[in-house]
Design a protein around this ligand. Structure first.
Ligand code: AMP
Ligand code: MG
Length: 338
């Protein structure tokens, strides 16, 4: 089966919705990254997601909805704090963890009694949910371990022949996966940073705890709050290492290690001062652009023909925390401080 890449006309969205109702999987744009969607009520359809991606069976999926009514059907009870966050950040790039209802098969939640839910703002995603009438389980539409897809072409490169169709909604607005939070009575626990930043969450719920796994490697035998924290992520084929330094020091480091068949991942303009193969990921002072370009740059590294990549350290404030969270995973937590 060749994968069809479809412009999201009404007709094509209706066709994709029909595929979903028949138990097939479909690549869809969202404002975060492209998702690989299936009917969240259909265990067989959900298993097709895991198979196409090669996703570890213990890594649960996020379910996408387009109304608070749909939420009621999927979860056991909705804490007050969830209404507060939903009224501020939904539709948008925030995922909340709830207790799941019996209607959702355990394949979606990887056996957990909790379920991750998000109400996306992307128009095509919302139209697909509406047209299919289904909550859609959808992880990022990449092969497991690879950088998440931010264009339909990325999805096609990873999943061609494995899925029937992709709706091409153009490049994703944010380019990083959603913020994931766990809800407690009087606080929120940040499990994965995203475009809804720590600072933005704190404006709604003053007490936000950042889970240790956000910035630190979790040992194999350690319990994790979010199974995804354990898995290898976002990796180009070359070995990535972050250099925490200013550009002058970075440049000297690159010059001293030239015998390594290396390349560099740098901010715009810096490539002009280096004579090794480079990819750039935006203006040093613009975290929003860096977020948007990060995964495309990580994918572009594969075309450089290098074995090792040294990457510049992003600013970790605002959405920068999410950029750093993805980059340290791409780097297998290897950071050199100069
Ligand atoms: P992806 O869809 O590829 O962006 O990955 C979904 C992320 O959400 C993974 O990191 C999961 O571990 C996390 N997640 C999904 N469901 C749950 C849950 N019930 N509890 C905690 N984390 C979850
Ligand atoms: Mg993913």
């Amino acid at each position: 089966m060749d994968t069809k890449v479809l412009i999201p006309t009404e007709e094509n969205i209706a066709y994709a919705a029909e595929l979903l109702n028949k138990g097939e999987v479909v690549g869809m744009p969202t404002e975060t990254v492209y998702g690989l969607a299936a009917n969240a009520y259909d265990e067989n359809a959900v298993e097709k997601i895991f198979k196409a991606k090669g996703r570890p069976q213990d890594n649960p999926l996020i379910v996408h909805i387009n109304s608070m009514d749909m939420l009621n059907d999927l979860v056991e009870n909705i804490p007050q704090i969830a209404y507060k966050l939903a009224s501020k950040f939904w539709p948008g790039p925030l995922t909340m963890i709830f207790h799941k209802s019996d209607k959702i098969p355990l394949a979606v939640t990887a056996g957990l009694s909790t379920i991750a839910i998000r109400y996306p703002s992307n128009k095509v995603a919302c139209m697909l949910i509406e047209e299919s009438g289904l909550p859609l389980a959808a992880p990022s539409a990449n092969l497991s371990g690879r950088p998440s897809p931010t264009t339909a072409n990325h999805v096609f490169n990873d999943l061609n022949t494995k899925i029937p169709a992709i709706l091409d909604g153009g490049p994703c607005e944010f380019g990083l996966e959603s913020t994931v939070v766990l809800l407690a009575e009087d606080k929120v626990i940040l499990l994965r940073p995203g475009a809804i930043t720590l600072e933005m969450l704190k404006e709604v719920v003053p007490n936000v705890e950042v889970n240790k796994g956000v910035l630190h490697q979790v040992a194999d035998d350690e319990e994790v709050a979010s199974p995804g924290m354990k898995h290898t992520h976002y990796s180009p084929r070359a070995n990535v290492c972050i250099i925490d330094s200013n550009f002058e020091q970075f440049k000297k480091y690159i010059e001293a290690h030239k015998d390594e068949n290396l390349g560099a991942m740098v901010f715009d303009g810096e490539e002009l001062e280096l004579d090794v193969p480079c990819v750039t990921f935006g203006d040093e002072d613009d975290s929003i652009i860096q977020a948007k370009l990060l995964f495309n740059s990580l994918r572009a590294i594969d075309n450089l023909g290098v074995d090792r990549i040294y990457a510049r350290m992003p600013d970790v404030n605002g959405i920068g925390l999410a950029i750093y969270n993805r980059l340290i995973r791409a780097a297998g937590f290897e950071v050199i401080q100069l």
